[in-house]
Design a protein around this ligand. Structure first.
Ligand code: DHB
Ligand code: FE
Length: 284
């Protein structure tokens, strides 16, 4: 049986990707960042999930405003890095796992989550930057990748609760797949940031830290937070945090936290990283 072995939350700041790609991740600005992500890289190298199922938001890179899907899943054999305006990032393309993708798509749709099925999509910084954060600069990504995207670009956005329940359905889907493979589920984006308008540059560390503590240890306390509260407290792009709720829904209610790191500012964002594992049977 396939198994979800970990939930990973991380911001997906494009600058982080550019700095890694250009071998510039050193010096006063980046030293605390690299120190904070190193334990996550070590954990990843030790744990070696077969598949990374990455819940992220496309930033109008693969999809335009002509068609907006609330939830969608890639079912391709391969995903190329998107051209976001400066040419595609010079990172490996992602090998998919079409059989597992189709299994998850079927299970989710029969569970009444109406997924868009995507045969081809370029993947933007929302997916590729988290891979760089966790794996640095390998020749090939050491895992297969399944992209699962959630709309936050166009209102109305799905609720946190719906995302949390989608996570539960994803877990059921993965755990009913007959092959013995390990899956790490990512939620990417957030934490607080606003990239435009009068409040551009907004960061709310106090709110984020409280939210993150609850996400890990008391997810029921954050799954019903309203869009208005995210907008007010975490800025217009802080809503990306609902990706993390999808990841959290795929884990047990009580988890072991393996690593947590936050730092502000990184680019325009309060950077957050968390890794959690389900408790072993004898720990419960
Ligand atoms: C930044 C963060 C994001 O999540 C994003 O999609 C684009 C930019 C930033 O902090 O610069
Ligand atoms: Fe983003």
């Amino acid at each position: 049986m396939a198994k979800i072995i970990a939930g990973i939350g991380t911001s997906h700041i494009p600058t982080v990707g550019a700095v890694i790609d250009n071998d510039k991740m050193h010096g006063e600005y980046w030293d605390p960042f690299i120190k904070g992500i190193t334990p996550a890289r070590e954990w990843m190298a030790k744990t070696k999930p077969d598949v990374c199922l990455i819940v992220f938001n496309d930033h109008a890179s693969a999809f335009s405003l002509k068609n907006i899907s609330t939830f969608g899943i890639g079912v391709a054999d391969r995903y190329e890095p998107a051209d976001e305006g400066y040419g595609p990032r010079q990172v490996p393309s992602c090998e998919g796992n079409a059989a597992l993708s189709w299994h998850i798509a079927e299970s989710l749709i029969l569970d009444e989550f109406d997924m868009t099925i995507t045969n081809e999509m370029p993947v933007d910084h929302g997916l590729t930057v988290p891979l760089s954060i966790m794996y640095d600069q390998p020749e090939e990504w050491p895992c297969q990748v399944i992209p699962l995207y959630v709309n936050v670009v166009q209102y109305p956005q799905p609720t946190g609760n719906r995302c949390y329940n989608l996570g539960k359905a994803i877990r059921k889907a993965v755990e009913s797949y007959p092959e013995d493979i390990t899956v790490a589920i990512f939620g990417t984006g957030g934490l607080s940031h606003q990239l435009q308008g009068e409040r551009a540059g907004l960061i709310n560390e106090e709110y984020d830290n409280d939210w993150l503590e609850k996400l890990v240890n008391d997810p029921m306390a954050v799954k019903d937070i309203s869009h208005t509260e995210y907008l007010r407290e975490t800025g217009s792009e802080g809503i990306e945090s609902i990706m993390w709720l999808t990841m959290r829904g795929a884990m047990d209610e009580e988890v072991n936290e393996v690593h947590r790191f936050t730092h502000a500012p990184v680019s325009n964002t309060h950077y957050g990283l968390v890794i959690m594992e389900n408790k072993k049977k004898d720990e419960k």
